[in-house]
Design a protein around this ligand. Structure first.
Ligand SMILES: CC(=O)N[C@H]1[C@@H](OP(=O)(O)OP(=O)(O)OC[C@H]2O[C@@H](n3ccc(=O)[nH]c3=O)[C@H](O)[C@@H]2O)O[C@H](CO)[C@@H](O)[C@@H]1O[C@H](C)C(=O)N[C@@H](C)C(=O)N[C@H](CCC(=O)O)C(=O)O
Ligand SMILES: Nc1ncnc2c1ncn2[C@@H]1O[C@H](COP(=O)(O)OP(=O)(O)OP(=O)(O)O)[C@@H](O)[C@H]1O
Length: 489
């Protein structure tokens, strides 16, 4: 792209050296720089990108965008000094990819729990209604029939603009994006022209990063503020009326608000809910009247997720009756209270609960059809929010037997993680097994016909992180092998 044209979007303090006519790419990671790249130095959480200028030049960068002049020679490279490189990168990426979000409908989903579930549901419903869609979140980027792995739930600002450009070029009409609080705090979604922002809920998580619930809640609100003041487009904030933060987000956003919920009166409200082991039924009160709803998704938390999805389809102009009909054929979301298929005489669920509230939600979702014991494998991760560990164990204590284990150890000591969790245990009927595979084996070993077993924390992830390395691991494979060994002799 022509560099003068590109730089027009920036407030530039100084340019040192002659500008090359064109650049081939923009990079924020020196390791990805190629001949003709522009390298933007970002002051990160762990390191400062300004330290990698030499690396970027060695790899062929022709323009360096920085906040200060480095103490070194920059051979054959032009230095562009700006006040804030993170903001500059958001503008540069948007312009480089020709502002791809403007002509598509971008739907952002935020909240502590339910982002993946709600965004996957919306994506499937829109797809089944004939729309061309793309989905980005914890499970990667789903676009044009393929899935690409991503490192983060919410990609960095460059990755997002690149994805949006690819989607636009493929004729995608709707992009559904999970927007994490880290993504919002780090400006990873700056410059994206969201049309709809959805709030699921806010409960304790990530306090290692955000420090307090007030700060965490405020950061989530940025998505609703980011709907912006553009009166030429109809924009919507879709808010969970049963969560007190919704009132704050309503005030933070100039967009129209649509609410959903169970307890409080809402635009989309579920009444007369009936929970079964393979389906959930309820009556939907909506602006278009009352409808009986049937879904294969289980538990109260999924009633909220379904309501959020139906509200979204409504603001996109799809009739409520049609949306309710489409919902019937949607399977449970991968790894979110997903029933494991096997022949053993007990019910086994794989779940992704890794917050106190999600553990509570997964346990209550089986309470209506629990006849015997509930065995719960609860795990937490190393190098992440320590404060939530005892709270998670406390919630898990409502199960009859609890096995505490590790999701991803990362660089922490397993014993200290388990001891943190143990402090929250409310009864004596628990064990602590750091090795996740052994914890699952033990859970199956002590199970009896008629029990329910929930293995929580990893969902369908196919790895475990120890140190900085990902090792292959699948809860589903491990539990299926154990069930076959014990029950199908
Ligand atoms: C704490 C955190 O959020 N870190 C994110 C952050 O990394 P960082 O600020 O530490 O970056 P850094 O390593 O300091 O590097 C600074 C700059 O130097 C550059 N660099 C670095 C090394 C080098 O050799 N050359 C180079 O140019 C980097 O590319 C970067 O531009 O920016 C990176 C790029 O966007 C993210 O990948 C990274 O996510 C890390 C991997 C992470 O674990 N994040 C988690 C906590 C996270 O974001 N989770 C949420 C989901 C949470 C949830 O809801 O469950 C998510 O959205 O994934
Ligand atoms: N609306 C909800 N309210 C409370 N708990 C929920 C809700 N939806 C899902 N959960 C619980 O949270 C777990 C994670 O769900 P999901 O992956 O959809 O959330 P997420 O916000 O995407 O999580 P993450 O950001 O960590 O990827 C589920 O397995 C379930 O136990």
């Amino acid at each position: 792209m022509n560099t003068e044209n590109l730089l027009e979007c920036l407030h530039v303090k100084q340019i040192v050296g002659p500008l090359p006519l064109h650049i081939q790419s923009i990079q924020q990671d020196s390791r990805k720089v190629e001949d003709g790249s522009m390298f933007v130095c970002i002051k990160g959480y762990t390191v400062d990108g300004h330290h990698f200028i030499k690396d970027a030049i060695d790899r062929g960068a022709t323009i360096i965008v920085a906040e200060e002049k480095p103490d070194m020679d920059l051979p054959n490279t032009t230095l562009v000094i700006v006040p804030n490189t993170t903001k500059a990168l958001a503008h540069l990426a948007n312009r480089f990819y020709s502002y791809p979000s403007i002509d598509m409908d971008i739907i952002g989903v935020t909240g502590t729990n339910g982002k993946t579930s709600v965004s996957t549901l919306i994506n499937k419903l829109l797809e089944n209604s004939g729309r061309k869609t793309a989905l980005a979140g914890t499970n990667g980027i789903t676009i044009n029939g393929g899935v690409k792995h991503t490192d983060n739930t919410t990609c960095d600002v460059l990755g997002n603009q690149k994805l949006l450009k690819e989607a636009e070029d493929l004729g995608v009409e709707d992009v559904v994006m999970e927007v994490s609080s880290h993504g919002l705090a780090q400006g990873r979604v700056w410059g994206i022209d969201f049309n709809i922002a959805i709030f699921t809920n806010l409960t304790q998580d990530h306090l290692d990063y955000h420090q307090s619930m007030e700060q965490y809640g405020y950061i989530k609100g940025l998505l609703f503020a980011q709907l912006g003041n553009d009166a030429t487009k109809r924009k919507y904030a879709i808010l969970n009326k049963d969560d007190a933060w919704s009132k704050i987000y309503e005030n933070m956003s100039p967009a129209e608000v649509l609410t959903y919920g169970i307890s409080e009166e809402a635009d989309f409200q579920a009444k007369q809910i009936q929970y079964f082991e393979d389906k959930t039924l309820f009556t939907l009160q909506s602006p278009e009247g009352n409808y009986p709803v049937e879904t294969r998704l289980l538990g109260e938390f999924n009633v909220y997720n379904v309501l959020a999805a139906l509200s979204t389809l409504f603001v996109k102009g799809i009739q409520v009756s049609a949306a309710v009909n489409l919902l019937k054929s949607i399977n449970p979301i991968e790894g979110r209270m997903e029933k494991v298929k096997h022949n053993a005489p007990l019910k086994v669920f794989i779940d992704y609960a890794h917050t106190p509230d999600a553990i509570r939600s997964s346990i209550t979702s089986v309470s209506t059809f629990k006849r015997n014991r509930l065995i719960y494998v609860a795990g937490t991760g190393g190098d992440r929010d320590k404060e939530k560990r005892p709270l998670m164990a406390k919630e898990a204590s409502t199960a009859d037997i609890v096995i505490l284990t590790i999701n991803d150890l990362r660089n922490e000591d397993a014993t200290s993680i388990l001891e943190d969790m143990e402090q929250g245990m409310q009864h004596e009927n628990y064990g602590m097994i750091a090795e996740r595979k052994e914890a699952i084996e033990h859970a199956v070993e002590i199970s009896e016909p008629g029990d329910i077993l929930i293995i929580a924390g990893k969902g369908k992830e196919h790895y475990q992180i120890t140190g900085n390395t990902k090792h292959p691991h699948s809860d589903e494979t491990v539990v299926t092998e154990c069930l076959n060994r014990k029950y199908n002799k």
